[in-house]
Write a protein that binds this ligand. Structure first.
Ligand code: GLU
Length: 484
């Protein structure tokens, strides 16, 4: 273990970060890493930062950066301060490389691409390690040519580097496997390895939580911390997310982009809950609030084995969240869902009707499209358009039932008990079961055969609208009566 790698003092405030590269859609794995970092910081009164790692100019795009900002906003992962652009800090990265050079912790390497290729070829032929060993490592400045050069770190060649990881445990890397990685390219631009370390240090990051595909990078990045005499962050390398088949989560398994999840219509709080459970546990708790997650979340609870994405579980958790979300939040999330899925926005009137319908619907939907489908009866305007199954009720029997029911509804007080009684009277007079009466009512009120409870629908629609829809239906029956 290197001397610098002791625990970061526990009284220094926690600072975590998410450092995505804007090279494509924000991946669900990035969202989970961000969530873990957010929970860890927020639960400890610390800071959570966002750094856009846009150093790779060829692959970074403004659209991808926007996608990250949108994804973070949708998931409610608020970060402290402004998002930092790594690219804009290039001059600072170069300065650190030059400092390392001045301290003798790094060196100028004049080897050309051809020379490196020739070195590797020879090593392969001799069946030796192809790790490039630069001949310039110990050449004094006075013997340097006037030629382009890169700056390489002087990595240790003997002994071991141990990454003390909060999830993976102590992971040992042999130093003879570490190369003198490039810090500054010959055009003066910094490499990713250098930039990450300098930025994490300058931003005061105390805990680096990231995917375990970066574990080997940690060993190499520690060389830079060591050279600069900077304290190491606490590392927690978390296993990647796998699909149900145990293979790395990819498009084959379905949605992988954060945006896609919003477009499917999951509530953000449900996503946070599910993603927190994905690879981390607190006893048997499956359903919890943000406050509980912040209180409970700890690096010790992160599993070492990859988590498998389970859409059924996600949906169940989302359903439970929709059931407890405040109406105003549901309505604003539905706006976001409709925009993300490219659907038409709701009118002010539809929003009003939806909000009136929410009380009876909240517990019955796992996604927003499911909720909207259930709220359809409240959103549509007269005359209600009937689907094929609803049209099966277009007959004289239905007409008779609704004719019998109409005066009862005209006179009933508009509350659940009174409406139940009104239907009960028709059941008695016509000697019919409840289902026989509910069928035509569903068609008349919602234009569907599967709907929320007829009592709920009537209560939401009110007397006038209920009677008008029943009347529309009866008129439609007389015009189109086909069978008995
Ligand atoms: N930019 C890196 C990535 O998107 C993350 C680097 C880090 O977290 O240290 O994979």
């Amino acid at each position: 273990m290197s001397p610098a790698q002791s625990e970061t003092a526990s009284h220094t405030p926690v600072v975590t970060r998410i450092a995505p590269s804007p090279t494509g859609d924000m991946h669900i794995g990035t969202a989970r890493t961000a969530l873990f970092s957010w929970l860890y910081a927020r639960g400890r009164g610390g800071k959570f930062l966002l750094r856009i790692e846009d150093t790779d100019r060829a692959r970074s795009t403004p659209e991808a950066t926007q996608g990250i900002l949108d994804g973070m906003a949708w998931l409610g992962l608020d970060y402290d301060g402004e998002a930092v652009s790594q690219f804009e800090r290039a001059e600072r990265h170069a300065e650190v490389a030059r400092e390392m050079l001045a301290m003798g912790k790094a060196y100028k390497c004049f080897a050309t691409q051809e020379e490196i290729a020739a070195f590797r070829e020879e090593a392969r032929a001799k069946k030796e390690s192809t790790l490039f060993r630069s001949p310039w490592r110990d050449v004094p400045e006075s013997d340097h040519p006037d030629a382009p050069y890169v700056i390489r770190v002087k990595a240790p060649r003997e002994g071991v580097t141990v990454v003390k990881d909060k999830v993976q445990g102590d992971v040992t890397f042999k130093n003879d496997q570490l190369d003198d990685m490039i810090l500054l390219r010959s055009d003066g631009t910094p490499t990713y390895m250098l930039a990450v370390v300098v930025d994490d240090h300058d931003m005061g990051v105390t805990h680096v939580i990231r995917g375990d595909d970066h574990l080997a990078n940690a060993a190499r990045q520690m060389t830079i911390y060591d050279a600069m005499g900077w304290p190491l962050p606490v590392y927690a390398h978390i296993p990647l997310i796998f699909g149900p088949d145990g293979k790395k989560m990819s498009k084959r398994h379905g949605a992988v982009g954060v945006k896609e999840y919003q477009a499917i219509g999951y509530p953000a709080s449900g996503m946070r809950n599910y993603l927190a459970r994905l690879g981390w546990s607190h006893g048997d708790d499956e359903f919890f609030t943000d406050e509980q997650a912040m209180e409970w979340f700890d690096l010790d609870g992160i599993n070492k084995a990859p988590a498998r994405f389970d859409t059924k579980k996600l949906e169940n958790i989302c359903g439970q969240h929709i059931a407890i979300l405040p109406d105003a939040e549901i309505l604003s999330e539905i706006d976001g869902y409709l925009a993300a899925s490219g659907a038409q926005a709701l009118s002010a009137e539809q929003k009003q009707r939806l909000s009136e319908a929410l009380s009876c619907l909240k517990g019955s939907a796992k996604t927003y499209p499911q909720l909207i489908e259930k709220a359809r009866f409240a959103l549509v305007s007269r005359p209600v358009d009937m689907d094929e199954k609803a049209q099966k009720q277009v007959n004289s029997v239905s007409n008779g039932i609704l004719e019998e029911l109409t005066p009862h509804l005209q006179n009933a007080s508009w509350n659940r008990n009174a409406l139940e009684e009104a239907i009960g009277r028709v059941m008695e007079t016509m000697e019919l079961g409840f289902g026989k009466i509910a069928g035509p009512l569903r068609s008349a009120l919602a234009g569907r055969a599967v709907t929320p409870s007829v009592l709920d629908m009537m209560l939401v629609l009110g007397r006038e609208e209920t009677l008008a829809r029943i009347n529309d239906f009866r008129e439609f029956v007389s015009e189109n009566m086909t069978s008995e």
